[in-house]
Design a protein around this ligand. Structure first.
Ligand SMILES: Nc1ncnc2c1ncn2[C@@H]1O[C@H](COP(=O)(O)OP(=O)(O)OP(=O)(O)O)[C@@H](O)[C@H]1O
Ligand SMILES: [Mg+2]
Length: 455
């Protein structure tokens, strides 16, 4: 091989398209590089297509959201010229996007007054947001429709203001929604009233049964006494008639023994006293009933809570069962102020709950213990039932919470009682007693001499 000078790479060989001295390896390099660039390009294209697909997807998503929005939406630039709107606005105005694009957002308003107001609001507060501002827009049929508008400024990625986004909802729709809500609220209130009423009817039922039992006793002994008095009156009349007829002393003495006049005379005072006592007890019961019927009145009177507790126990227990034992440890006087009728409802409900909770037990009992200390009265109701399940403890004061079967309890007893005790300045709480059973505790301020007691 002869040594020939290497041609410079830029020397032309004479053949078109060929450079002198470019070796095969250089070409291979170039082809390699081109391959790499080509495959890079392919990858870029794939990535670009993926990005494009994602972009289209999110554009589609935004469009579908904007289209299905029932509120109207207008996007405008810094000069208030419309850039885009959603379907609701097209439907509302009856115009196409092409017609609207580039026109002023203020042209959407119904009249000059509204336009001026809108200009003032939307430009003045262009940098901040406008909320629930009611202005009339011109609808497709030419009518004026009040719309509740919200306006928010729009910024680009570097925080530069681009214009604003105006959304709005025809107020008629809002009013309809409000009316529907109001109606639902009214219905709910009515249902609640009915339930309250049925709770009251249920406690009235229990009360009537208790009262009937309670009245039975004095009335039957008044009746017995009156019958005896009636018999005595006949015999006394007979004796008096003989006396007036001027019968002989011997006959009168005989008659006196026969008619047992002396026994009648000895019997009369206790008979009359008994009758009066029976009548008084009847009057007290009726009095209690009157108080109960005054439940709804927000009374403010001083009364002895101990008496109310005793009466509540009598009324609930007499109406129910024999085996239920109630032990009461009460001071003679628990002076409180408020409504004795409402307090009686509380006490009756607590006794009734204890009764219900212990219904299955062979020896059911309820301990009621009251104490007056430091200006407050504490009354504890402790029964030997199963107590309240731990996860129910937080709910038993909720209205309508009940674990009783349908028709047995409305679940309002404790919630009503809670409200009543609170209105009397006290507190009603519940826990499970360490020795078993439920313990409901009422704490109330007591009063002395008509004034709430100071400690
Ligand atoms: N002494 C108690 N022992 C066990 N559980 C109780 C006791 N007192 C109340 N509860 C529970 O609390 C629930 C709510 O009581 P509440 O008095 O509010 O309603 P109710 O007794 O179910 O119905 P209503 O009082 O309207 O007849 C009861 O269903 C019961 O589960
Ligand atoms: Mg109850």
């Amino acid at each position: 091989m002869t040594d020939q000078p290497k041609p410079s790479p830029l020397q032309h060989t004479g053949h078109p398209g060929e450079l002198v001295g470019v070796g095969e390896d250089v070409w291979m390099d170039v082809i390699h590089k081109m391959d790499e660039v080509y495959s890079d390009l392919l990858q870029y294209e794939v990535a670009l297509e993926q990005k494009n697909a994602k972009l289209e997807e999110s554009q589609q998503f935004i469009l579908s959201v904007l289209t299905s929005m029932s509120d109207i939406l207008v996007v405008c630039d810094r000069n208030g010229l419309i850039e885009d709107v959603n379907r609701s606005l097209l439907d509302f105005t009856g115009r196409s996007l092409d017609e609207l694009r580039g026109t002023s957002v203020f042209d959407l308003f119904a009249d000059e007054v509204a336009r001026t107001q809108a200009r003032h609001l939307l430009t003045l507060y262009g940098e901040a947001s406008v909320h629930d501002c009611e202005l009339p827009l011109r609808a497709r049929d030419g009518s004026t429709v009040p719309v509740s508008l919200n306006c928010t400024p729009r910024y680009n990625a570097v925080g530069k203001s681009l214009g604003m986004v105006v959304t709005g909802r025809p107020v008629g729709e809002l009013r309809r929604a409000y009316q529907a809500l109001r109606q639902a609220h009214e219905d709910l209130k009515r249902t609640q009233q009915q339930l309250l009423h049925s709770e009251k009817m249920a406690s009235l039922g229990r009360l009537v049964a208790g009262v009937a039992h309670e009245l039975n006793n004095p009335i039957s002994f008044i009746l017995g006494n009156v019958h005896a008095l009636q018999r005595y009156a006949g015999r006394l009349g007979q004796y008096l008639a003989a006396l007036h007829a001027g019968e002989s002393a011997a006959r009168l003495a005989e008659l006196r023994a026969e008619l047992r006049i002396d026994r009648i005379l000895a019997d009369l005072p206790p008979l009359i006293e008994g009758t009066i006592e029976g009548a008084e007890r009847t009057r007290d019961i009726v009095d209690g009933l009157k108080r109960f019927s005054a439940i709804d009145r927000d009374e403010q009177q001083p009364f002895n809570l101990a008496e109310v507790i005793e009466r509540a126990v009598r009324w609930v227990c007499k109406a129910t069962r024999e085996s239920f034992r109630v032990r009461m440890t009460l001071p003679a006087e628990i002076p409180v102020r408020g409504s004795p009728g409402q307090m009686q409802q509380v006490m009756m409900n607590l006794v009734q709950n204890a009764w219900d909770a212990t219904a299955e037990l062979p020896e059911p009992w309820l301990d009621i213990e009251a104490r007056v200390e430091g200006g407050r009265a504490t009354i504890r109701f402790h029964d030997n039932g199963p107590g309240v399940a731990e996860h129910h403890l937080a709910h038993i004061f909720d209205p309508f919470f009940t674990t009783k079967v349908v028709g047995k309890g409305t679940g309002l007893g404790l919630s009503i009682s809670y409200g009543i005790v609170e209105r009397h300045g006290g507190q009603l709480s519940a826990r499970n007693h360490p020795a078993g059973g439920a313990e409901l505790v009422i704490e109330l301020p007591v009063e002395r001499g008509g004034q709430p007691a100071a400690d």
